[in-house]
Design a protein around this ligand. Structure first.
Ligand code: NAD
Length: 487
């Protein structure tokens, strides 16, 4: 493989120090196709050392007050924010996402994750009930669980990793985290700031490497009582199986096949640009992206025409160019997988209205081996087609017509996933009615990706187990005890 001149070499972060590994794997820059970074290929030994460091740090960290931990989290947020541009550049290079997305979404949200949990940890109250006839009072207390294992995917690397680290350590746990082997750089950069922020050695340990080796060693480690995982449904099944003998507590945030339902009374001037964004933002590599668009028949032709025209405005190319909307897909294999879905749809008789491959000669010379694809819109796809049933996780969306409310609810629910849905209508009664009947952990009506981190985030069916958010993450990362006092 082509190695660029000065390779960045990452090291594991264990017990407050960077530790080299005995073997490494290549990490690619998706927008050039070149190897630019070497990532530790950690296994059982490295995980063992990290878990030990986390265990040793637990008594001191867990005995700090929420206020002390909160101050440290805020300091870490400040330090990441201070280096926002360097983090954004690294995230874009490592993942293929546009610099604009990294600057405005990924890194600001990573900063906010620390600030949010620094604040929310100060405001939890426990429950108390009385039984006067028995002379008893009951109350609950919550305590951190211990060493939390955190495993995150490649699509929103620092954003999703900090969404786990922040609540875990705010609650007083220590952590061993394993980011995706394809996007490890920003996690490694963050480790350099931990000491300055006041995070004691061993509270946050990061072990880099592959899922089957490093990830599975973490999942199987007897001293890691809880695993918070974000990634694919297939990997989650494996994690559930491997952790079952240890009765571990699991939080699983998984894939989606998210519908957008567009009724004939929708405000198309809002709906069309938002649905283009919900389909193609971050190259369609967001678990919440829309991939099935159901449009009421009266407006189907008009919607399709305007939607395709809007999708064609999205420019694909060099992610470090701030005018670009769609960067590179994460890997050559993933690009191939996404393009195969389009081929399958065509073979089944569906129509590809725009998109697919990028002519390499239309790209800057440095990007001609990158993993690019245009925003792709497919129409007339059957509901049972793999393009309407399976998560594609790329810049591909399917548009189909429907007639009635009852019918579209049934069809939208007709997949194994249940993560997010959007509903577009100006009839308030209808949006409530439909939102209630959709099998989906999140429903956005007349908008997309507007989040309040206080509220539960997560999916139903094959999209996950558990929820994340202020209260949900607090409950996941703490152990509750009910105490009864007879007086
Ligand atoms: P993935 O399941 O392949 O990998 C996710 C993480 O798990 C990586 O760190 C990987 O190394 C690790 N892993 C792989 N095999 C493992 C094993 N046997 N044991 C332990 N760890 C293992 O997922 P991905 O391809 O990195 O990410 C894309 C998927 O993530 C999509 O399905 C997407 O929908 C999902 N996702 C979900 C959410 C959500 O919040 N629901 C958010 C982002 C991404």
């Amino acid at each position: 493989m082509a190695h660029s001149k000065a390779l960045l070499v990452l090291e594991n972060f264990i017990g407050g120090t960077f530790v080299p590994c005995s073997s490494y794997i290549d990490s690619y820059n998706p927008s050039t196709g070149d190897v630019y970074c070497r990532v530790p290929d950690s296994g059982k030994g490295e995980v063992e050392a990290a878990v030990k460091a986390a265990k040793d740090a637990f008594p001191i960290w867990s005995s700090k007050s929420p206020l002390e931990r909160s101050q440290i989290l805020n300091k870490l947020a400040d330090l990441i924010e201070h280096d926002l541009e360097a983090f954004a550049q690294a995230e874009s290079k490592d993942q293929g996402k546009t610099i604009t997305f990294a600057r405005t979404v990924d890194i600001p949200r990573a900063v906010y994750n620390f600030r949010f949990f620094a604040s929310s940890i100060l405001h939890h109250v426990t429950e108390c009930t009385e039984m006067p006839a028995m002379g008893c009072v009951h109350y609950t207390s919550r305590a951190p669980v211990g060493v939390a294992g955190l495993i995150s995917p490649w699509n929103l690397p620092l954003y999703l990793l900090t969404w786990k680290i922040a609540p875990a350590i705010a609650c007083g746990n220590t952590v061993v985290a394993k980011p995706s082997e394809m996007t490890s750089v920003t996690a490694w950069m963050m480790c350099k700031l931990l000491e300055k922020a006041g995070v004691p050695a061993g509270v946050v340990n990061i072990v880099f490497g592959t899922g089957p080796k490093a990830g599975e060693a973490l999942v199987c480690h007897p001293d890691v009582p809880l695993i918070s995982f974000t990634g694919s449904t297939l990997t989650a099944q494996r994690i559930a199986e491997k952790s079952a003998p240890h009765c571990k507590r699991l939080s699983l945030e998984l894939g989606g096949k998210n519908p957008a339902i567009i009724f004939s009374d929708a405000d198309l001037s809002q709906c069309i640009p938002t649905t283009v964004r919900s389909s193609f933002a971050n190259q369609g590599e967001i678990c919440l992206c829309t991939s099935r668009i159901f449009v009421q028949r009266e407006i189907y032709s008009e919607f399709l025409k305007r939607f395709v025209a809007e999708a064609k405005k999205w420019k694909t190319g060099n992610p470090s160019d701030p005018t670009i909307d769609v960067g590179a897909l994460i890997s050559k294999e993933h690009l191939q997988k996404v393009r195969n879905y389009v081929k399958k749809a065509q073979a089944e008789g569906a129509r590809v209205l725009c998109g697919e491959g990028v002519d390499p000669l239309a790209l800057p010379p440095g990007n001609q081996k990158g993993y690019f694809m245009l925003p792709t819109v497919i129409a007339e796809v059957k509901d049972e087609s793999c393009c309407m049933q399976e998560e594609i996780f790329g810049p591909v969306t399917c548009v189909v017509a429907f007639d009635t409310e009852e019918e579209v609810i049934r069809r939208a629910n007709g997949v194994k996933y249940g993560l997010a849905a959007t509903v577009w209508s100006s009839d308030v009664g209808r949006v409530h009615r439909v939102a209630h009947r959709l099998q989906s952990g999140l429903v956005w009506t007349n908008c997309w990706l507007v989040r309040d981190l206080n509220l539960p985030f997560g999916g139903m069916k094959a999209s996950g187990i558990g929820r994340e958010g202020a209260k949900d993450s607090y409950e996941f990362f703490t152990e509750v005890k009910t105490i009864t006092i007879k007086h």
